[in-house]
Design a protein around this ligand. Structure first.
Ligand SMILES: [Mn+2]
Length: 563
C-alpha cells in the first residue's frame, strides 16, 4: 500500500487526525495494527517477570533475599549510580522498601575526587561495614564490579544487584542475586529496561507478593530514568514511560511535584522533551560538579518548603555547570584553532590542565560538532589525564581505542562515546597513533554532516488544531529515536514580523484559509532577509507546541528553518 493510502486507512480506522497518521507512516508504521499498538500503549504491554515461559532471571531469589533482609532486621544500604537513572532507581527502591517495613540507607558514588571513581569501590564497602550494613543492594551499577562484590561477600555482606548494563565478559559478579535482563540466561523479553525500570519490576512484584497493592505511583520515577537513559522504547518501556509522564504533575512525591512546577512553570503536561532538556540536566548537574546527593534528596523529600530549598541548590549547581561548560568549551575550541588553524587532523585530542572532569564529555561533544571531527577532551591532574571522547558519523571510538589500548590505565565505552585515562607523558603518542589509525581507515568517509533530525512532514497550517495537539500526546514519549515531529509547509504568509533582543524573530503567520498563528524563531534574525526577498511568502519547518501565558493555553509554532 502506498504511504498516502496507508495514512488514510490509519486515520480512518483509528479515528485520529490525518497528520498524526502521516507521522506514524513516516516513522515506519507499516500497518493499521502497528499504528494501533503505537498509539494505544496499554497495560497489556507490561510483562510478568514471574511468567514461567519467560521469567526475569533472579526474580524469585530477589523476593527471598529482600524478605530475609527484612526479617533479619539488619541494616540495608542502597548503592545507586549518580545519573538520573541511578538516582530515580535509588529513590524508588528506598521508598518502595519502606512500604514493606525496611528503612534502607543510601550511598551514591562520586564521578571524581578521592577514593571514588566509577561505581562501587572497596573503600565504599569498608565504609558500609563500619556502619554495620549487612545487606547491599546496588542499582544501575554493579554488573561489572566483580572484584568489589567479591570483597563485600568475603566480609560477610549479602549482596543483590539490580542493573541493566552488559556483563563485563569476565564472568558475572558473585552476588547472591542478580537482576539484569541483559545476563545471558535471562529469558525476560524486554532487554531495554533501564535501572529504574528493573527496580520497578522488582518492587511491583514484591508488592503483589506482599499484598501491598499497586506500585503505579512509582511510574513517574520510571519515566524520568527511562527517558534520561535514552533506552529503546519497547512496548513495555513505552507504557511505563507514558503512564509515568502523565503522573508527574500530580506525583505522590512532593520533591518531584516541585521539580516539575519549577522547571516547567504552567505546562499543561510533561512531555519526553521536557524531561530530556529541562529536568535531566538540572538533576544531573550536582553529580557533574560535585556530589549527586542533593538531587536524590529532592526525590526523597516529603516537604514542599524543603524541596524548594533543594531546588535552589540544584539551580546553583546547574548555573555553575553551564558556566564551566562554556568556559572549557571556549578554551578547547581556541586550543584547536591555535594549534591547527585550517589544517585539522582526522582526530582531535585536546588536553588542558585541571579542566573540570564533570563536563569534559559535554565539551567533547561540542568540539566534535564544531570541527566535525571525532574529539577527545582530556583533563590533566597530577600527571594523569582523564578523557571523554565523542564521535561523528562513521567513526567508532570503541574500535579506535581498542587499537591503542596499551596506552591506557583504563578505558571503556561505545562507538559514539567513550572514556579513558592515561599518563600525561603518553598524550603525544596517543595523538599520533590515533591520527595514523584514522588515515588507514579511509578518514575521508568520516563526518558527512548529518542533521540531527532531518525529518520534514508536510502539513497544512489549518491542520494544526487543539485536537491535533492532544492527539500528538499519543505519540509520546518524544526524545532519542522518537524526536518531536518537525513539520514542513509552503506558501506561508508573514502577517507580522518583529525582531526581539538576542537575535530572535517573533512572527504572525497564516496560510490560505488558516487562522493566524503566533510563531517564534530563536536565533534566526538573519532570516529577515529571506522573508523580504520572498515578499513575505515563505516555507517553514516547525514544531507546533503549546504555549501557556497568563493561564491561557495557545498553539505556537517553533520555527526550525525559513526558506
Ligand atoms: Mn542506567
Amino acid at each position: 500500500m502506498n504511504a498516502e493510502l496507508l495514512a488514510n486507512s490509519i486515520a480512518h480506522k483509528l479515528s485520529i487526525p490525518h497528520l498524526i497518521a502521516r507521522i506514524l507512516v513516516a516513522r515506519g508504521c507499516e500497518s493499521v495494527s502497528k499504528a494501533y499498538a503505537r498509539v494505544h500503549s496499554t497495560r497489556e504491554d507490561v510483562l510478568n517477570p514471574l511468567d514461567s515461559k519467560q521469567p526475569m532471571c533472579g526474580m524469585d531469589a530477589a523476593l527471598d533475599w529482600i524478605l530475609q533482609a527484612k526479617n533479619s532486621g539488619e541494616k540495608l544500604c542502597i548503592f545507586g549510580d549518580y545519573d538520573m537513572d541511578g538516582l530515580t532507581g535509588t529513590a524508588l527502591l528506598k521508598r518502595g522498601l519502606s512500604e514493606i517495613g525496611i528503612d534502607a540507607s543510601w550511598h551514591l558514588p562520586c564521578r571524581f575526587g578521592m577514593g571514588s571513581g566509577y561505581g562501587l569501590s572497596t573503600d565504599v564497602v569498608d565504609q558500609m561495614l563500619a556502619e554495620n550494613v549487612r545487606y547491599l543492594l546496588t542499582v544501575d551499577t554493579g554488573i561489572t564490579a566483580n572484584a568489589e562484590i567479591e570483597y563485600a561477600k568475603s566480609k560477610g555482606m549479602r549482596v543483590m544487584i539490580i542493573d541493566h548494563h552488559e556483563p563485563s565478559g569476565d564472568g558475572l559478579p558473585p552476588s547472591d542475586v542478580l537482576l539484569d535482563p541483559c545476563q545471558d540466561d535471562c529469558l525476560y523479553p524486554n532487554k531495554s529496561l533501564c535501572g529504574v525500570g528493573v527496580s520497578y519490576k522488582f518492587i511491583d512484584t514484591l508488592f503483589q507478593k506482599e499484598g501491598k497493592g499497586s506500585a503505579d505511583k512509582y511510574l513517574d520515577l520510571v519515566a524520568l530514568g527511562t527517558l534520561a537513559d535514552l533506552v529503546e522504547m519497547t512496548p513495555e518501556n513505552r507504557y511505563l514511560t507514558r503512564s509515568g509522564l502523565s503522573r508527574l504533575l500530580t506525583s505522590a512525591w512532593p520533591g518531584v511535584r516541585e521539580l516539575c512546577r519549577r522547571q516547567l512553570e504552567n505546562a499543561p503536561y510533561v512531555g519526553g522533551q521536557d524531561v530530556l532538556f529541562r529536568i535531566a540536566p538540572l538533576m544531573n548537574a550536582p553529580g557533574r560538579m560535585d556530589k549527586p546527593d542533593v538531587a536524590l534528596e529532592l526525590l526523597l523529600c516529603d516537604d514542599a518548603a524543603k524541596a524548594s530549598a533543594l531546588l535552589d541548590n540544584l539551580s546553583k549547581y546547574n548555573d555553575l555547570r553551564k558556566k564551566t561548560e562554556a568556559d572549557i568549551s571556549k578554551a578547547a575550541i581556541d586550543w584547536v584553532n591555535d594549534r591547527y588553524g585550517e589544517k585539522l587532523p582526522h582526530v582531535l585530542v585536546v588536553d588542558g590542565k585541571s579542566w573540570h572532569p564533570g563536563v569534559i564529555g559535554i565539551v567533547a561533544a561540542k568540539v566534535a560538532q564544531t570541527f566535525n571531527r571525532p574529539s577527545a577532551v582530556l583533563t590533566v591532574e597530577n600527571g594523569i589525564a582523564q578523557a571523554s571522547a565523542r564521535a561523528i558519523p562513521g567513526f567508532n571510538w570503541h574500535k579506535a581505542l581498542f587499537e591503542v589500548r596499551d596506552l591506557f590505565l583504563r578505558w571503556g565505552g561505545h562507538a559514539n562515546a567513550a572514556g579513558f585515562s592515561l599518563k600525561e607523558e603518553d598524550i603525544p603518542v596517543l595523538r599520533e597513533r590515533l591520527q595514523r589509525w584514522a588515515e588507514d581507515q579511509n578518514a575521508a568517509a568520516f563526518g558527512e554532516p548529518v542533521e540531527e533530525n532531518s525529518e520534514r512532514i508536510p502539513a497544512a497550517l489549518n491542520e494544526i488544531t487543539p485536537d491535533l495537539m492532544n492527539a500528538l500526546q499519543n505519540l509520546e514519549p518524544f526524545g532519542g529515536k522518537n524526536p518531536y515531529p518537525i513539520l514542513f509547509t509552503e506558501n506561508v504568509q508573514v502577517e507580522k514580523l518583529r525582531e526581539l533582543r538576542g537575535g530572535h524573530l517573533q512572527l504572525k503567520l497564516s496560510q490560505s484559509g488558516s487562522p493566524q498563528f503566533a510563531a517564534i524563531a530563536f536565533g534566526m534574525a538573519n532570516a529577515k532577509k529571506i522573508i523580504e526577498a520572498k515578499h513575505k511568502k515563505i516555507s517553514i519547518a516547525f514544531e507546533p507546541v503549546w504555549n501557556v501565558f497568563a493561564g491561557r493555553k495557545s498553539i505556537q509554532l517553533l520555527i526550525k528553518s525559513i526558506s
